[in-house]
Design a binder for this molecule. Structure first.
Ligand code: 5GP
Ligand code: MG
Length: 179
């Protein structure tokens, strides 16, 4: 993909549908972490909008940390996860909720769970915006998920294709056309 090509984006979920689902998930998370020591670990870049909406719907005390990883170029996973920027919070004895945009093969989340385990937290759970269930290659526990999707490539609501489309308030799929 390059920025000079023309694209249209097919809308799959409108802002209102997304917000309704996030409210449901956040209510469940609030219940489950009522008396816990919650640390949200948002996986950048893709989860920045999802996580911002999720935490603003939470009704429990939590700290928020960020980790930046990279594994995709264009629409292909490189299968190798790299940490670009790591944790700032002390995770020892904490109840960690990893907030990720998408689980696809599960390679990224498996890697992150291993990394976070080494920091000796009390518990680790996962929360994803999209779950491409049929694409999993690793067995990773998904504790909270907003939408189950097919094996397609999605953009918008924080998700990019080479840096573009993140700002779209809806979730969509690229329909490509050249002029
Ligand atoms: P996995 O390691 O599970 O194969 O892939 C995880 C990462 O790849 C996700 O966190 C996400 O950043 C990226 N990814 C996977 N599928 C898509 C997709 O459909 N659209 C976008 N924009 N990123 C994706
Ligand atoms: Mg991601």
């Amino acid at each position: 993909m390059n920025s000079k090509q023309n694209y249209t984006v097919e809308i799959l979920f409108h802002e209102r549908q997304i917000q309704k689902k996030i409210f449901e998930i956040a209510s469940q998370v609030s219940k489950d972490y009522k008396d816990k020591d919650l640390v949200i670990v948002a996986v950048l870049n893709g989860s920045f909008i999802f996580c911002a909406d999720l935490v603003r719907n939470l009704d429990v005390r939590c700290a928020i940390d960020f980790i930046q990883v990279s594994s995709y170029v264009d629409i292909q996973s490189q299968g190798k996860v790299q940490i670009i920027s790591g944790f700032k919070e002390d995770l020892i004895g904490k109840d960690i909720l990893i907030v990720e945009d998408i689980i696809d093969t599960g390679i990224t989340l498996e890697f992150l769970i291993r990394e976070i385990s080494s920091k000796k937290p009390k518990s680790i759970k996962t929360c994803v915006f999209l779950d491409k269930k049929c694409a999993h290659k690793k067995e990773v526990p998904i504790n909270y998920s907003c939408f189950e999707m097919g094996n397609d490539f999605f953009v918008g609501y924080g998700l990019d294709c080479n840096g573009f489309f993140r700002q779209l308030p809806y979730l969509g799929r690229i329909k490509e056309f050249d002029k």
